[in-house]
Write a protein of this length. Structure first.
Length: 97
């Protein structure tokens, strides 16, 4: 190899790894599932407080991961907004328990 040259397969491998690290599709799918579960608990459970609190922790984890993976300013701003809303909801859930 000459200085500065990398095999094409190595470059492709690095691009695939970077792409996988930046992809937040799984987190978005899980966040959507948690939101659906949260709504169902509100409708069906008589005392859903603990379960709701747990789901809020999971939602917060997913949104934090999305924020960590993104360098796009509008997405980061949305992440901050969602985290703020999750905190407001968490405060309300404390009243349910």
């Amino acid at each position: 190899l000459n200085a500065g040259e990398l095999p094409e397969e190595r470059i492709a491998q690095e691009v695939a790894i970077l792409s996988d690290r930046l992809d937040c599709t799984e987190e978005c799918v899980r966040l959507e599932a948690h939101c659906g579960h949260f709504r169902r608990l509100l409708e069906e459970e008589s005392t859903p407080g603990r379960k709701l609190n747990f789901l809020l922790q999971e939602m917060n984890r997913e949104i934090n991961t999305i924020g960590s993976k993104s360098s796009d300013v509008p997405i980061v701003e949305q992440v901050v907004d969602v985290k703020e809303e999750l905190e407001r909801i968490r405060e309300q859930v404390q009243n349910i328990e």
